[in-house]
Design a binder for this molecule. Sequence first.
Ligand code: ZN
Length: 355
Amino acid sequence: MSHRLNKLREKLEEKGLDAILISQGENRRYLSGFTGSAGFLLISEKSTILATDFRYAEQAKSQAPDFVVVQIEGELPRWFPNLISTLRVKKIGFESSDLSFSTYRKLVAIMGEKSEKELVPTEEFVESLRAVKDEEELELIIRAVEISDTVFEEVAPRIHPGMTEKELAWEIEKLLREKGSESVPFDIIVASGPNSALPHHKPTDRAILSAEPVVIDMGARFKGYSSDLSRTICLGNQDEKFGKIYDLVLSALLTAIATIEAGMAGVQADSLARKVIEQGGCGENFGHGLGHGIGLAAHEQPRLGRGSEDVLAEGMVFTIEPGIYIKGWGGVRIEDVVVLEKGKVKLLSKARKVD
Ligand code: ZN
């Protein structure tokens, strides 16, 4: 973890902060290795403190050997002012998208407006470090990707007309767990027929029929790291429309894989695939972004989509997932996980895309 802490400290200096309080769960895990569900990190140039309660104190000591574990009780405003008074720091960053406004207000009230210590809101401070994966992280993501690939390959031949969306989603969930996934990172999507026109449909008791699109979107989690895989299948005869829409989405995906490069902004990457779908006459039916970073969170930086200025860099891992959704008919989405290596896209997902 020490190279991650070094990067964090460089960033503290860059931003003129003396310390930072980390409360967001995945950021806490990323920097410390501690997997418990409650606790805070307080990191300055010289101190590396992990504050957690009685339930986790022992676990924290063994999982986060780089940190001094401090046992705390009660809410942040009860213990933080004392702890911070022992450190010679003035400007203390906090994660403004995680710490609640009421906690912030209480803290400011306790520390006093005239306090020489100042709480400074930060945004995406650790998230931006997390976007670029180190070797260890990439390996874990590859394991998660392999699990979901294997599950898709195993479940695909078992899907038959009459099986309900919920039955299929449960089959997938069981297989994911059997193949070594931790609890799944997000609810599995099985969307059949007209339901597949909804990108985030929840599985229902609808029976899957032949000759209609079925969108399957699932992920595995391995040692905290997620995968994300979408495939669209059609049982029995594919009609001409399915073939046409499927080919268009596939060619958008393949174009993105072949042409996305390090240095591009998220919006540029998105437009490479979007143009293909627009030229095929379905621009209005691709209503979401092209992809998202993936790691400890199933959705994280960078974002590939309209308006995204996130710059794609070497070592970033993200999804590419174009889709076309047609109300009343259904939809097609195909999603792979990739990593940027030597400036180019390297495909990590191996599950079949074409029968
Ligand atoms: Zn996704």
